[in-house]
Design a protein around this ligand. Structure first.
Ligand SMILES: Nc1ncnc2c1ncn2[C@@H]1O[C@H](COP(=O)(O)OP(=O)(O)OP(=O)(O)O)[C@@H](O)[C@H]1O
Length: 430
């Protein structure tokens, strides 16, 4: 059979990628007619699956089991699954950052621009990224590249906010009530859905709002056995300056505190008594946050926003008073971006440079931590100084990487998945 221009190669009996993993014994079939559009899609996926190394299953890890026991509840099953599929990278003395990926639906703009989907999520865990060959690019016609990633969980575009919260963050909230620090941060390109995931909308509240509601609910349920107090602060890092979002004024200086780690001097701490009160404070803070339209996102967050909730629990143990303190940090990072994707000519370029500087500093820290280097360059940016605790300290940390399905954002998506994949290897000691 004469070879076809599209090199339509498929594996026999392969079925959809969710059906089974590829094996060496798969046969190759060549079409004797030009493939239909649907077949072309399968070819792309097949090429993608073929290029994926098959991960060996690893035994469940002791550290993960330990964490499963200490956290209790839902995260147990999730961690066990991670251990089984070999994506986990913890040792017997520590835990590691949990990494989740969330795919957003295709936007109207992307549809109008003729975008095609280049991301497929299978079994709520595996992410297949495919570089689609351009129809006009004859030289690259046959070069269809793909990669496979595996995370603690991956959320398809139809996933509800409540599911994202319960899978990624609910156990962290429980940990905070037991005196363990927790951090959740969203990472991704501009317009990929970070603010939607963290803050959400009035109808579909995001992780920040759901976490606060859950926290108050849990505190109320336990109010019979001690006293809880909840304090919160909300700040942004904009152009390498730290600003209080709850009482805007002069920029704040960062200083090191032996007990609390890096703190913003003079940051307002509000004592909160109800969810409604916190919602009002959040709304107020968000109005003060720096957002501007870029070419990619009409309400792009130009700053990194950090909401910190400190829960203090006092109870009597015999004749002495015991105090437990847990801190929950919820972070909406500004989007990583190519200058060309936003607007190079204005104030945006300075912001973009600073945003990229912080994110570059973040990637340097991730690299240093993964490689076990003694010196981690936290001081290279305000963002990494503030994240020091969450990345390298004693903290349960969750990263949610947000991605767009559009092939027009292929480069950004690849970049986000690369860093998310790397972050999986960061160990923490809780
Ligand atoms: N899961 C989702 N479901 C529905 N709409 C979404 C989802 N994720 C994002 N969107 C929509 O996509 C648009 C861009 O999302 P968002 O503002 O959250 O991006 P971002 O990553 O925070 O961008 P930036 O870094 O520029 O601030 C918004 O209109 C948002 O409502």
């Amino acid at each position: 059979i004469a070879p076809l221009p599209e090199a339509a190669v498929l594996r026999e009996n392969m079925g959809p990628p969710e059906a089974r993993a590829p094996s060496k014994n798969d046969k190759v079939v060549v079409f004797s007619r030009p493939p239909e559009p649907k077949e072309k899609e399968n070819v792309a996926l097949a090429a993608n699956v073929m290029s994926c190394p098959v991960k060996k299953a690893a035994p469940a890890l002791p550290a993960l089991q330990a964490r499963k026991l200490s956290l209790g509840g839902g995260i147990g099953g999730k961690l066990k699954a991670v251990g089984e599929m070999g994506a986990a990278n913890a040792d017997a003395t520590g835990s590691r950052i949990m990494v989740f990926v969330r795919l957003r639906p295709m936007s109207r703009k992307e549809k109008e621009a003729g975008s095609k989907t280049c991301v497929k999520i299978v079994n709520k865990k595996d992410v297949y990224l495919t570089e689609l060959a351009s129809e006009n690019d004859y030289l690259r016609l046959k070069r269809v590249r793909g990669r496979h990633f595996c995370f603690d969980a991956s959320f398809p575009d139809s996933t509800a906010q409540a599911e994202v919260y319960s899978t990624s963050t609910a156990d962290l909230v429980e940990g905070v009530l037991q005196g363990r620090n927790g951090t959740v941060f969203c990472y991704g390109a501009t317009g990929a859905g970070k603010t939607y995931t963290m803050l959400g909308t009035m109808d579909n509240p995001g992780v920040m709002v759901l976490a606060i509601k859950d926290l108050f609910l849990k505190v109320r349920q336990r109010s019979y056995d001690g006293n809880h107090s909840i304090q919160l602060s909300y700040l942004e890092v904009y152009n390498e300056t730290v600003r209080d979002l709850l009482s805007p004024g002069r920029p704040l200086l960062l200083r090191e505190d032996k007990q609390q780690g890096t703190v913003a001097a003079g940051l307002t701490q509000y004592r909160a008594y109800s969810t409604d009160e916190v919602m009002k404070l959040l709304q107020q803070g968000n109005q003060n946050r720096t957002t501007e339209p870029t070419r990619v996102n009409e309400t792009s967050s130009r700053s990194h926003a950090i909401l910190q909730v400190v829960v203090e629990y006092r109870y009597m143990d015999g004749t002495s008073v015991v105090t437990r303190v847990g801190k929950l940090s919820l972070i909406d990072l500004a989007g990583s971006e190519r200058a060309i994707a936003t607007d190079q000519r204005s104030q945006r370029s300075l912001e973009g440079a600073n945003i990229n500087r912080s994110l570059l500093a973040l990637s340097s820290c991730i690299n240093a931590l993964v490689e076990g280097k003694r010196h981690v360059p936290y001081r290279n940016s305000k963002l990494t100084q503030l994240l020091k605790d969450s990345l390298g300290g004693s903290c349960n940390t969750v990263m949610i990487a947000n991605i767009s399905p559009s092939n027009l954002s292929f480069g950004e998506t690849q970049n986000t998945l690369h860093w998310a994949d790397r972050a999986k290897e960061i160990k923490t000691k809780v």
